[in-house]
Ligand binder design. Structure first.
Ligand code: AMP
Ligand code: MG
Length: 425
């Protein structure tokens, strides 16, 4: 089934999958309540279903006429609460007719065999009064039958899965995952199972990006490493543009061999921005190529890729800087929202937390900084401090960190004890 998602970049293709495979997927359908929630007035405590007015004066003695446990249905006329009566009730059981409150078992004691005419043969002593409506949830109070519980465009988390399960959706309609090509560039970069030469480094970016892509709900397609050579780089970029989104790393700085922007220019790319006033990540670029034009430019791409490149919409790309920390930060700030949009998700703002700074920070002004940091402590005592690091190439520092401290561009000194914003890793 294919349908167009009107105002977004989402390709809009829909698939129906098992609910449990739906974690992290974006709903292509709204989830409605199939009946009232709760479907009956539901006791929230163990105790007795009572008429609140019978407990205006306490202690009071009520005749226990029946018992309802979770899963029982108290048939009106068979099981109900009359004046001076009570029905034993368990959490999750339906409130019997006639009752308007539940008194907790903790405030009662059972007096056995005191009334010959009592069907249950028991009296309960109740030591506390209750208000009408106490200790049960009325039918339909959480949601009415037909009410929208989860919006289309919502990413399924465990709570969303619980909701879908509770309305009987064992299969759900979701948008197809965005396919995201990951292309590392650089003559010095080798595959991770290769033994690097003295000046070579392993392609960690391709792996961290693939993980981040998956985490953002996309499907990563890792391409071969592109050398700093125009022809091969162009062929791989064209291959990557066959996916919904292309992420390039490396080759976007101002160096003599930073060819990414040049090659994209040859492909008639439109650049939305080249560079951002942030650190790390300053050279990040974002743009698109016209898919129709792409198919026309001369290329040595595989036939399948060419066919896909004919799709009549734009192909977006990010050029992320090659330094591993820069790559990770720019992914979170720029690429993640794009992947979510491509997967049909309603746009969300990035979530920043705040915590108190443990030790003073001094930086230069001019750029907004995202510095690896360690958040520790708990609840109201959370504190954060910079991780020791050697700059944007330091993956080891990132492994010690669990967040980034965000420093506004106009601050050169932030004192210990000040509140700072955090971007979580
Ligand atoms: P570039 O952005 O190409 O100038 O690269 C900046 C730094 O990141 C250099 O030190 C590169 O060696 C390093 N780098 C580039 N690509 C990768 C990669 N795929 N994995 C790990 N480090 C990389
Ligand atoms: Mg490079």
């Amino acid at each position: 089934m294919v349908e167009q998602h009107a105002t977004s970049v989402c390709p809009g293709e829909v698939e129906t999958i098992d609910l449990l495979a739906g974690l992290g997927r974006v709903l292509a359908e709204g989830i409605l309540a199939d009946r009232d929630f709760p479907p009956f007035a539901r006791a929230t405590r163990d105790g007795y279903a009572v008429r609140a007015a019978d407990l205006a004066l306490v202690p009071a003695w009520l005749e226990v006429v029946d018992e309802v446990k979770a899963g029982d249905w108290p048939e009106p006329g068979v099981c109900s609460v009359g004046r001076g009566q009570a029905v034993g009730i368990m959490t999750g059981a339906p409130l019997p007719a006639g009752a308007d409150a539940v008194v907790m078992v903790e405030y009662t004691s059972l007096l056995a065999d005191q009334l010959a005419h009592s069907p249950a043969g028991k009296l309960a002593e109740v030591r506390r009064g209750v208000s009408v409506g106490e200790n049960f949830v009325p039918r339909g109070a959480e949601a009415r039958a037909g009410q929208l519980l989860l919006d289309r465009g919502r990413r399924l988390d465990h709570a969303g899965i619980a909701i879908a399960a509770s309305v009987g959706k064992s299969r759900v309609e979701v948008f197809r995952k965005a396919r995201v090509a990951v292309l590392s560039t650089g003559d010095e970069v080798v595959e991770i199972d290769a033994t690097p030469g003295p000046a070579q480094i392993r392609n960690s970016n391709s792996c961290s990006l693939a993980a981040q892509v998956q985490n953002a709900g996309g499907e990563a397609v890792r391409l071969a490493i592109a050398p700093d050579e125009r022809g091969r780089l162009r062929a791989l970029i064209e291959e990557g543009l066959g996916c919904d989104l292309l992420l390039l790393t490396g080759g976007v700085s101002m160096g003599k061999y930073d060819l990414v922007e040049q090659v994209l220019g040859e492909l008639k790319a439109e650049f939305y921005f080249t560079g951002a006033d942030i650190q790390p990540g300053r050279p990040v670029v974002f743009g698109s190529c016209d898919a129709g034009a792409l198919a026309r430019v001369d290329s040595g791409v595989a036939a399948g890729t060419r066919a896909r490149a004919l799709a009549p919409h734009k192909k977006y790309f990010f050029g992320l800087p090659g330094n591993p920390v820069s790559t990770m930060v720019t992914f979170e700030l720029f690429a993640r929202p794009m992947i979510e949009a491509l997967a049909g998700m309603t746009p969300q703002r990035l979530i920043f937390l705040r915590a108190r700074l443990k030790a003073e920070i001094r930086t230069k002004t001019g750029l907004k900084r995202f510095l690896p940091a360690v958040l520790s402590g708990e609840f109201e005592n959370a504190e954060v401090e910079l991780a020791r690091w050697q700059g944007s190439g330091d993956i080891a520092a990132l492994a010690r960190a669990n967040c980034y401290i965000v420093i506004p561009p106009d601050r050169e000194r932030i004192e210990a004890g000040e509140w700072v914003s955090l971007l979580m890793q």
